[in-house]
Design a protein around this ligand. Structure first.
Ligand code: NAP
Ligand code: ZN
Length: 354
């Protein structure tokens, strides 16, 4: 039988309960496992979608849920077969904690598309039964393959969001060849969007931010945008018709995706990473007319996540964070819904002990 250790956490008991303290169990590290004391955990909009069961049709929430998949912490113990980490190291965990390791996707370094991939929270827990619990907790035990190294020059509170917001925006930019000379759009300046601006700028692209928030204009330019468009202004939008090589859409709510597809040039691609619950409407002719493509993307594989973290180390990239104690998490969710965060909440897990 697996032995366990109790750790403090914050959990939601239902879609409407909000988050409150709960003691959860973590397994004793097996030979392949790394045990981590969590220092910071970012708040992703996916945490909010899951806590409130907004994706019930695709990925129903199992309660209680302990969200959090932007985890940075310190290694406390390692199993006997672990080679990459030792006690005292800084380590990070993102959206996945397991996969089968044998399917074609795993072999190609695309663990995120493995049919047996286990998410950091709300996936079946093969070790303890029940469902996996995420990073709004004091500690976590994870197979070494899913544990990442954080470059030593990065601020840890700002590095935590790289584990989801970072890789989710970095991966499609690489896939679609964002580089110097390309015109790149970023739609929605939230947690994901502001990372996308930093990456596209670092890759040398001409970056245009589309925002519904006039108050974010100055920030967008400071973060690396070359132009900012207020997306509710039809005239401003029209000026960019047919001109983009690539657009990354990171909006969390229902919106008119067609308005952005119209901005793509011949062979341009719009990749959706935002995950609103309702289906989006796309006009056939907007795609046909210029051989445009519309695709999606989910996080990134483990090797690519490490590559992204190393890229951040070289370019000194972290998220712009507002550090909060865990006790403010429910308030933070309300602010996230109002697009009122610059640009990611990062929970200081030391607050769990107070
Ligand atoms: P976030 O910080 O809340 O940012 C979302 C942004 O979308 C807001 O800041 C806002 O930007 C814009 N927005 C919000 N409501 C809008 C509306 N009604 N109309 C137009 N724009 C609106 O969220 P996030 O954490 O970046 O996550 C964004 C989405 O990506 C979520 O749906 C999340 O679940 C999803 N996600 C997907 C993956 C993946 O692997 N594909 C990974 C992580 C997250 P402005 O103020 O600039 O308009
Ligand atoms: Zn996320």
């Amino acid at each position: 039988m697996t032995t366990t250790k109790k750790v403090p956490a914050y959990a939601a008991q239902s879609a409407t309960s909000g988050l409150a303290p709960l003691s959860i169990m973590r397994r004793e590290p097996s030979p392949e496992d790394v045990e981590i004391d969590i220092l910071f955990c970012g708040i992703c909009h996916s945490d909010l979608h899951s806590v409130r069961n907004e994706w019930s049709e695709f990925m129903a929430t199992n309660y209680p849920i302990v969200p959090g998949h932007e985890i940075v912490g310190r290694v406390t113990r390692v199993g006997s077969a672990v080679t990459k980490f030792k006690a005292g190291d800084v380590a990070a965990v993102g959206c996945m904690v397991d996969s089968d390791g044998t399917c074609p996707q795993c072999k190609a370094g695309l663990e995120q598309f493995c049919p047996n991939m286990i998410l950091t929270f709300n996936s079946p827990d093969k070790h303890l039964g029940g469902f996996t619990y995420g990073g709004y907790s004091g500690g976590i035990v994870v197979d070494e393959h899913f544990v990442l190294r954080v470059p030593s020059n990065l601020n840890l509170a700002g590095a935590a969001p790289l584990l989801c917001a970072g890789i989710t925006t970095y991966s499609p930019m690489h896939h679609w060849g964002v580089t110097k000379g390309k015109k790149v759009g970023v739609v929605g300046l939230g947690g994901l969007g502001h990372m996308a601006v930093k990456f596209a700028h670092a890759l040398g692209a001409h970056v245009v931010v589309f925002t519904t928030s006039p108050s974010k204009k100055e920030d967008a330019l400071r973060l690396g945008a070359d132009e900012v468009v207020l997306s509710r202004n039809a005239d401003e939008m029209k000026k960019h018709t047919g001109s983009f090589d690539f657009i990354l859409d990171a909006i969390s709510a229902d919106h008119d995706i067609g308005a952005y597809i119209d901005l793509l040039g011949v062979d341009g691609n719009l990749t959706l990473v935002g995950a609103p619950a309702k289906p989006l409407c796309v006009a056939a002719f907007s795609l046909i007319a210029r051989r445009r493509s519309f695709s999606g993307s989910a996080i990134g594989g483990i090797a690519e996540t490490q590559e992204m973290l190393d890229f951040c180390g070289v370019h000194n990239i972290t998220a712009d964070v507002e550090v909060i104690p865990i006790q403010k998490v429910n308030e933070a969710y309300e602010r996230l819904l109002k697009s009122d965060v610059k640009y990611r909440f990062s929970i200081d897990m030391a607050s769990l002990k107070s």
